[in-house]
Design a protein around this ligand. Structure first.
Ligand SMILES: Nc1ncnc2c1ncn2[C@@H]1O[C@H](COP(=O)(O)OP(=O)(O)O)[C@@H](O)[C@H]1O
Ligand SMILES: [Mg+2]
Length: 259
């Protein structure tokens, strides 16, 4: 069994020698990963590599083990066999924003950070997600979209080299969801961190990711590079082609869907 961390993928290099510290070739390296519950292997000899700065989306039917994999990468579950290498700086956001109701938004953003971080750290992250005006609000007064932005800000203050997102837009209405997807796309481009996004939405995966993975039977059963230029247009025939291909992989008949 091994769970380990890389040094930061983008270390803050102080100019001593004038050369940059070597950048690991991978942000994530998983080999021979197995996770069983009650003798049943949910993840079974799984292999996965993610490049630094790469945006990867993970699809798969409900219950196939996506969240289990994400929790392992986040270091929240260490009862595993195999090798898992992840950057030390990583952050995770779930479908439920998980804000503490007795702490104002800005205090929630700083929750769990080591040391005694200054409020300005929270304010900067809240500005980045367009939520500065709600910094002093109580979580229960936030809309679903705002709460999810606060959750993203809490991930960003960790300055992650790896951002793990588990269906973060799943509970949002359609319009809010589109805005939140755009925001994540922008944050990723600005920050340059690797992202692993678990989603059940094929369109979302093709819209955002460099590479889409389909999980099945405890392994990555299929993967597809998305070589469409950004920003992506869902009306592009090639977009529809990739979407159809992935849906077929997931066992959804697009002809029947259209009927
Ligand atoms: N802590 C746990 N104890 C027992 N079974 C679990 C636990 N966590 C997940 N499972 C089981 O593992 C399988 C995969 O779950 P999960 O990773 O949440 O799926 P997904 O996120 O793809 O919907 C499911 O059958 C689930 O019931
Ligand atoms: Mg899940």
């Amino acid at each position: 069994m091994a769970t380990d961390v890389h040094r930061p993928v983008n270390p803050q290099v102080t100019e001593v020698s004038g050369t940059e510290a070597p950048r690991p070739a991978r942000a994530v390296r998983v080999q021979g990963l197995t996770r069983s519950f009650d003798g049943r292997a949910v993840i079974d000899d799984l292999r996965l590599d993610v490049r630094p700065g790469e945006f990867v989306a993970l699809l798969g039917r409900s219950g196939c083990g996506k969240s289990t994999l994400l929790r392992i990468l986040a270091g929240l579950d260490r009862d595993i066999e195999g090798t898992v290498l992840v950057p030390r700086r990583k952050a995770v956001a779930f479908q439920a924003p998980r804000l503490m109701p007795w702490k104002k938004v800005w205090r929630n953003v700083l929750l769990g950070l080591p040391g005694k971080p200054d409020r300005t750290v929270a304010d900067q992250a809240l500005e980045e997600v367009g939520l500065s005006h709600r910094a002093d609000a109580w979580p229960k007064t936030l809309s679903g979209g705002e709460a999810q932005r606060a959750s993203l800000a809490r991930a960003l203050v960790r300055e992650p080299d790896l951002l793990l997102l588990d269906e973060p837009f799943g509970a949002l209405d359609a319009l809010t969801r589109i805005k939140a997807q755009r925001l994540v796309g922008e944050l990723w481009q600005r920050r340059g961190c690797a992202v692993l996004l678990v989603t059940h939405d094929v369109e979302e995966a093709v819209l955002l990711a460099d590479r889409v993975l389909v999980m099945d039977d405890g392994v990555i059963a299929h993967e597809q590079e998305i070589d469409l230029a950004r920003p992506r247009d869902i009306a592009d025939p090639r977009f529809a082609e990739i979407r159809g291909h992935l849906l077929a992989r997931l066992g959804v008949d697009t002809a029947a869907e259209a009927a």
